[in-house]
Design a protein around this ligand. Structure first.
Ligand code: SF4
Ligand code: SF4
Length: 436
């Protein structure tokens, strides 16, 4: 297995030695195929380029309002259905990756492209206008939809109609094994701060806020403090326990602004993004590179190791694991925190959905006992929900009872299920009722 550090590939993300070496950020090489998710339309209405069409890196793979940008030179294979790492099913355009021919005629072997491309010159012009940036982000494929960074493109679209007075960059890692935000700060604090500062300026927002963990070392804080100082931002340390990074809890901790689960932070006057989104937007805003690859953390529970990666949009989890020397067969793959119970197929596609993956051996299913009404689930729920009554409501198929038990405030953190001595499938019951 050959691994290449980003610096040796001429990229800009790891130019300095991290002061607090949590881990390096490695670039996963391109394979032979990418399934590029289509944003903005359903499978039936995707107008993809015809199969066999050659596309250049950065070129659109679809016509109309939908968005899918080729992360590498390739040939269109067709439209498929893909599972993202947040569990959502979306259409995707498959491309066969083709080598990029070097024009220098120096006899060198053709190189596979890196999945990073400059934006077209016309798109690179300055514009202090949020609607224009929304349009640029769509062209660049910059979007995110994960627990700690809710629908970024949706937040931007809302900002064209209403204002936000605060930009918050959430850099808290609530899982000690998966410190993706901290690693990104080590490698790109300047990019993160530049992006957040630019967003605050675009919105005419007050001093931008960077939420970090209370346990951050001085060495880890130092590059962030320096970068944030340049944009007159503010660093706020918050508790790092799970699920503190859920937007509803984070905004409550920072500003005492209540946010209903599922509600956009913009409705509370806040644009919220995480470190990974800010890092990618920094590359986009500072270096004019479309976001065609994403930061990723993979925790291998078999070997007890965590890998921090930059993977190209459209790669499968299987491909990433193969490169790490991990065979997906016989393993369970979960996205996000373990308690959230988001299990993924190995063929799930990497995009800007959940960026934390955990792999572990399959275990035999547990046997549930009866509900003893011990109320541990309610006592530990961070949102004041009564999960036992929701499980009862699921059993009775009674959505009104579920509402009365507070299902609308559930952030699907899974803590209730983890503390239940009877191991009742509370989270599954909640999801089933929510999706009914
Ligand atoms: S998953 Fe359980 S513990 Fe978490 S918010 Fe919902 S009801 Fe509360
Ligand atoms: S923790 Fe489990 S057993 Fe106890 S009340 Fe909640 S659902 Fe019932």
């Amino acid at each position: 297995m050959t691994r290449t550090q980003p610096t040796s590939r001429g990229t800009s993300v790891c130019e300095s030695q991290p002061p607090d070496p949590l881990g390096s950020l490695e670039v996963v090489p391109l394979g032979v195929r990418l399934d590029v998710p289509v944003v903005g339309c359903d499978a039936g209405s995707v107008r993809a380029k015809a199969a066999g069409t050659r596309v250049a890196m950065g070129e659109s793979l679809v016509d109309g309002d939908a968005v899918a940008v080729a992360p590498a030179d390739g040939r269109v294979l067709g439209v498929v259905q893909a599972t993202l790492t947040n569990g959502r099913q979306v259409p995707a355009v498959s491309i066969e990756v083709l080598p990029t021919i070097d024009d220098n005629e120096d006899g060198a072997e053709p190189q596979l492209s890196l999945g990073v491309t400059p934006l077209p010159a016309a798109a690179a012009r300055e514009a202090e206008d949020i609607a224009h940036w929304t349009s640029l982000m769509r062209q660049g494929g910059v979007w995110a939809d994960r627990m700690v960074c809710p629908d970024l493109l949706g937040q931007f679209t809302q900002l064209a109609r209403r204002s936000a007075d605060t930009v918050v960059c959430n850099l808290v890692d609530d899982d000690a094994q998966l410190r993706l935000n901290a690693v990104l700060v080590q490698h790109g604090a300047d990019l993160i701060a530049a992006a957040v500062g630019r967003l605050a300026k675009l919105l005419s927002a007050r001093q931008p806020v960077f939420a970090i963990g209370q346990g951050w070392s001085a060495a880890l804080r130092q590059p962030l403090e320096q970068a944030v100082g340049h944009i007159n931002g503010r660093i706020v340390a918050v508790a790092e326990y799970y699920p503190q990074t859920a937007p509803a809890l984070l905004l409550r901790a920072l500003f005492r602004r209540p946010l209903r689960p599922g509600q956009s932070p913009v409705e509370k006057g806040v644009l919220l993004l995480d470190g990974a989104a800010a890092f990618s937007m920094g590359e986009f805003m500072v270096h004019r590179r479309a976001m065609l690859r994403v930061p990723l953390a993979v925790h291998d529970r078999v070997q007890g190791r965590t890998h921090y990666l930059l993977a190209t949009v459209g790669m499968s989890i299987r491909e990433v694991l193969n490169w790490l020397g991990i065979k997906a067969e016989g393993l369970v793959i979960c996205a996000g925190h373990m308690l959230r119970q988001i299990e993924l197929p190995a063929d799930a596609v990497i995009a800007a959905a959940e960026l934390q993956l955990q792999v572990m051996p399959m275990e035999p299913g547990s046997i549930c006992g009866p509900c003893t009404r011990c109320w541990w689930c309610a006592e530990h729920c961070p949102m004041g929900v009564e999960p036992a009554w929701i499980a009862e409501a699921a059993h009775q198929e009674d959505p009104q009872q579920a509402e009365r038990a507070g299902i609308g405030w559930c952030i699907e953190c899974g803590i209730c299920r983890s503390v239940c001595p009877s191991q009742l499938p509370l989270l599954l019951a909640i999801r089933r009722l929510k999706n009914a």
